[in-house]
Design a protein around this ligand. Structure first.
Ligand code: CMP
Length: 139
């Protein structure tokens, strides 16, 4: 089934100018980037986006980090896109990521782990609509 997932290229990656390298891996893996924009989130927006983690000890650091520098948000489309993008990203902690994944190649730490991807169908729909209106998504 063709799915859409929300991807974020995080500040550690945009700062190192590797958005294009990450997009090359995404496209080589067969995803279509059907929406994309670069922005700087406010702290409040980052807190809203990550509200599922509000009780976690790393929540404040995570939100401050995500709103610290530009991010690139994008909608990816592919067969089974949600799970396939999680495979392509690799483990949240780059120490556990396997060879060939984005995080193995580029992530600095569990916090500065270069990319985010939605974890389920409902989350993907919610996260996509957080950043994009329908007219901004070109399938
Ligand atoms: P992401 O996939 O964007 O989802 C939530 C983020 O929280 C995750 O990537 C990590 O960057 C971050 N995160 C998860 N666990 C920890 C942790 N133990 N310490 C710091 N950050 C974490």
């Amino acid at each position: 089934m063709i799915e859409r997932t929300l991807s974020i290229i995080k500040p550690d990656a945009t700062l190192r100018n590797i958005t294009g390298e990450i997009n090359s891996l995404i496209e080589a893996a067969g995803f279509r980037i059907i929406a994309q924009k670069k922005l700087i989130l406010t702290l409040d927006q980052a807190k809203k986006f990550y509200d599922v983690h509000v009780t976690k000890p790393f929540y404040n650091d995570l939100c401050e980090y995500l709103s610290s520098e530009p991010v690139v948000v994008q909608v990816l489309e592919k067969e089974n896109a949600i799970e396939e993008y999680r495979q392509l990203m690799g483990a949240t902690n780059p120490a556990n990521a396997v060879e060939g994944t984005i995080r193995k190649s580029y992530a600095i730490s569990i916090g500065q782990n270069s990319v985010h991807g939605s974890d389920a169908v409902e989350t993907a729909a919610k996260e996509i609509s957080f950043f994009f209106s329908e007219v901004e998504i070109v399938g």
